[in-house]
Design a protein around this ligand. Sequence first.
Ligand SMILES: [Zn+2]
Length: 207
Amino acid sequence: MLDRRLRAFQQTARIEHVHQAAADRAELGDRARAARADRRPVHEAVDVVDRQPEAIGVVGVARDTLKDLDLMREKDLLERLMQEIRKPDGGLATYGEAQVRHALELGAVDTLLVSEGLRRSRAKLRCGNCGRESEATVEDAKPLDPCSNCGEDKMAVQDRRDVVVEFTERATTMGTRVELVSRESEEGELLLRAFGGLAAILRYRVT
Ligand SMILES: [Zn+2]
């Protein structure tokens, strides 16, 4: 499953359009959720009632239960993260894009928490005036900053990759568990707003 997903990501490694990136992310979310649901006995219950059209009401209840389980799981994960963060030494947790990227590169991440609300790309930029090239994280919906070298507003994107895809791919190669967190709970919103949409529960402390 992970290998297949990784190969799929590699095929989309050069994402040219934001729309494509957004579509990939939606699919990624669906697949991650489906994979999680597959591991749960309650999913079997949904399959059974799915085959009985007269049991529509029961299907609705089962689906709600699945959704509740997802939310409970997300809350649990965020609670675990917060418990670590609250420890005086920072505990086995880190957050924010740069810190999480660093920890991932070291292989120190046990569980990667990614907000489904994250709308950012890692972009290779080039200034149309002075030719300065740089790499930066850009918000998908926001205009680019002017060139840091000449100050002209002529930066153009050469290549961009969705941050969710990038981090998930990194995590997969390191045997890190990836959890996509919805925005449907207070905890989910906290992950997006307070931690930049990226946090990690660590295997060991990273300095
Ligand atoms: Zn420039």
